[in-house]
Design a protein around this ligand. Structure first.
Ligand code: DC
Length: 223
């Protein structure tokens, strides 16, 4: 019998994975793990240090200098890059694009694998990402593929960025989202795709509370 429950939540950009999974984790008393933050930390390091994102070898060569860490502070995930809390900075749009670029490099994915698996070995987790159900936790207790129509996802992301005071337009956010979705689902290593045994959850017509309820129900039905 598996000692800990693990819930894998995968899906495209802006499907609401992090906010929905975070809330569902609170409701169920599980730990929420946002794996995208790890790729963002690697992207941030490369961005700060002028690493050419078009060169997988250049990205791979700086990996030994990058030590990302997930720390739980009062139940909330903080992401550290070489001992510095970068939880806010990794959310900037240019770091989203950098994260998508570095996540296509197989050496980066390999370097982050154990970190993610270890979180699930010692906690009941809801882990969100792109390859959690397919690669990171292929034996997850429950797998969910969370999605919504691209325009709806872009509108949610646009509203989020505006609320944070980030200067952008809806068109820019939609174009970014489509580019990242394309990159994430067409890369060679661990592309974004629904695991064969994942439950499809489309939140296009649901508000936030309804989406959380849907996820919690899917989980409870399968435990
Ligand atoms: O979920 P997010 O937008 O914070 O993720 C940032 C980038 O990291 C995203 O473009 C894809 C990549 N990613 C990944 O490849 N695998 C994961 N498990 C999580 C994120």
């Amino acid at each position: 019998m598996k000692p800990y429950v693990s819930v894998a939540v995968d899906g495209p950009v802006g499907a609401g994975k992090s906010s929905i999974a975070r809330t569902a984790a609170k409701m169920l008393g599980y730990i929420y793990v946002d794996t995208g933050a790890l790729y963002r930390a690697v992207g941030l390091y490369c961005h700060r240090n002028g690493v050419d994102m078009a060169q997988p070898d250049a990205i791979a060569s700086v990996l030994p200098e990058i030590h990302p860490e997930i720390r739980l502070i009062d139940g909330t995930q903080h992401i550290y890059l070489n001992k510095e809390d970068v939880s806010e900075e990794i959310r900037l749009p240019e770091i989203s694009m950098a994260a998508s670029a570095v996540s296509a490099v197989s050496a980066v994915r390999a370097a982050l694998l154990d970190l993610q698996r270890n979180m699930a070995k010692t906690n009941n987790v809801i882990m969100d990402g792109r390859d959690i159900g397919t690669v990171v936790l292929p034996d997850a207790t429950v797998k969910i593929f969370l999605t919504a129509a691209p325009e709806i996802r872009a509108k949610r992301r646009y509203d989020e960025l505006c609320a944070k005071g980030v200067q952008t337009t809806f068109e820019e956010v939609l174009a970014d989202l489509n580019t990242r979705d394309y990159n994430d689902s067409h890369r060679e290593t661990a592309p974004l795709k629904q695991a064969d045994d994942a439950v499809l959850a489309d939140t296009s017509a649901l508000d936030f509370e309804q989406s959380c309820e849907l996820i919690c129900n899917i989980i409870k039905e399968r435990l």
